[in-house]
Ligand binder design. Structure first.
Ligand SMILES: Cc1cc2nc3c(=O)[nH]c(=O)nc-3n(C[C@H](O)[C@H](O)[C@H](O)COP(=O)(O)OP(=O)(O)OC[C@H]3O[C@@H](n4cnc5c(N)ncnc54)[C@H](O)[C@@H]3O)c2cc1C
Length: 374
């Protein structure tokens, strides 16, 4: 079939989610993925889901995602290992404490359950934590985790039947006429037609936009991660340590520790090669925060891309080419934002208006402010 209600470029969480929620609305979807589903950033993420952001748009988007994650087991018929195991931001300075408390007030006003814990409460929440120099922490018990591969599988199955997911098919050209998108050309020389094309190409979204003559402020950069052998399950929430030599890690439900840190200086990407330095550093950083984790061994390490925008918030919008949408620039939050981004796109496309305030994600914004909890 050559004509579709919508064509989606990219089989990561964003493209699959848009396809899944559009298919639920009865739309016939063609999703094109140049490699395998999840092969870009999504299969490389550590599965963290948080709602603690510093702007109303991001908080609401993440809260909507949590609602959607919580329905997946029922919708898909299998578990996506969604669990509200919490996120704990460690606080080491008075300045950090003031900033977190200010943001917490906004989060609470939007209905998020979030607390400031003093040092003793943090010690109770995370047995064995090294609390030297620690003032406290900001904790939301409603944040958590899910298993990316299971989420992708459920969404892909939801599209199949009502649409087509075509793997190993690269889009090489965006077809347009008179200022409107008309379809795509693939590397196999096939043309597919639709008045709606969604660029969900993750780290390659800039490259895909250029096929339509558009420049987007997107910069992929390399982020590395590792996973440990199984350790006794002690409900370690996602620990976010914002010190310059900090990191973030959590315990999966099977006991494994999975984590990463933000490299300084940044390593421009997309790159998927991993380094020995990360292996050494990450092990040190994890054990410094929770010393008993030295009992674990690193099972595997890998790398993938965060796709950054100048202000750290995504771009989810229709471009100047009518019918050509972009949903990219997810930074380190694409997995957690994914369900809500796909759902919001499906609502906008079928109902004609955004179901959530999306101005913060507009392509035409100033990009002047910055997400404080990047
Ligand atoms: C180490 C690490 C840890 C992370 N941890 C978290 C976390 O805990 N929580 C969280 O929310 N996020 C996390 N992220 C970020 C998250 O992985 C991304 O934001 C998210 O996966 C982006 O999804 P996407 O669908 O936009 O991109 P992708 O998953 O990269 O999907 C884009 C797809 O488009 C395909 N594509 C590109 N060009 C073309 C073309 N021309 N034709 C056809 N297909 C094309 C690619 O092959 C790719 O599969 C992490 C990322 C990394 C690297």
């Amino acid at each position: 079939m050559k004509n579709w209600d919508a064509i989606i470029i990219g089989g990561g969480i964003i493209g699959l989610s848009a396809g899944y929620y559009l298919a639920k609305k009865g739309k016939r979807i063609l999703l094109l993925e140049k490699r395998e589903l999840g092969a870009g950033s999504t299969s490389r993420c550590i599965g963290g889901i948080r709602q603690q952001f510093s702007t109303p748009g991001s908080i609401k988007l993440a809260m909507k995602s949590v609602e959607l994650f919580s329905r997946m087991e029922e919708e898909f018929g299998f578990s996506v290992e969604f669990a509200q195991t919490g996120y704990l931001f460690l606080v080491f300075t008075e300045e950090q404490k003031r900033k977190f408390i200010r943001v917490m007030e906004l989060q609470r006003s939007l209905g998020l359950e979030v607390y400031y814990l003093d040092r003793r409460e943090v010690e109770e929440l995370v047995p064995g934590i090294n609390s030297q120099g620690l003032l406290g922490g900001v904790y939301s018990p409603r944040d958590g985790q899910a298993y990316p591969f299971a989420v992708l599988k459920g969404m892909a199955e939801g599209i199949s039947g009502k649409g087509l997911v075509k793997r190993r098919t690269r889009v090489v050209e965006i077809l347009s006429h008179g200022g409107e998108v008309k379809g795509v050309l693939t590397s196999n020389g096939e043309k597919f037609y639709s008045p709606l094309v969604i660029n969900a190409a993750g780290p390659w979204a800039g490259e895909v936009a250029r096929m339509a003559g558009l420049e987007l402020p997107l910069e992929p950069e390399r982020h590395e991660a590792f996973i440990s052998t199984r350790l006794p399950y002690r409900k370690i929430p996602m620990i976010v340590d914002y010190r310059t030599d900090g990191g973030y890690f959590q315990q999966r439900l099977n006991g494994q520790i999975i984590g990463c840190y933000t490299p300084r200086p940044r390593v421009p990407g997309p790159r998927e090669d991993s380094s020995f330095e990360f292996l050494k550093e990450m092990s040190y950083r994890v054990v410094r925060v929770i010393p008993w984790l030295k009992e674990g061994l690193v099972l595997r390490q890998w790398a993938g891309a965060y796709t950054m925008t100048p202000d750290g918030s995504p771009i989810v919008d229709e471009t100047d080419l009518k019918g050509f949408y972009v949903a990219a620039g997810m930074s380190g939050h694409g997995f957690m934002f994914g369900p809500a981004v796909g759902w919001a796109l499906a609502e906008k496309i079928t109902e004609g208006r955004w179901p959530l305030p999306m101005e913060e994600f507009s392509l035409r914004r100033e990009f002047a402010s910055e997400e404080a909890l990047k």
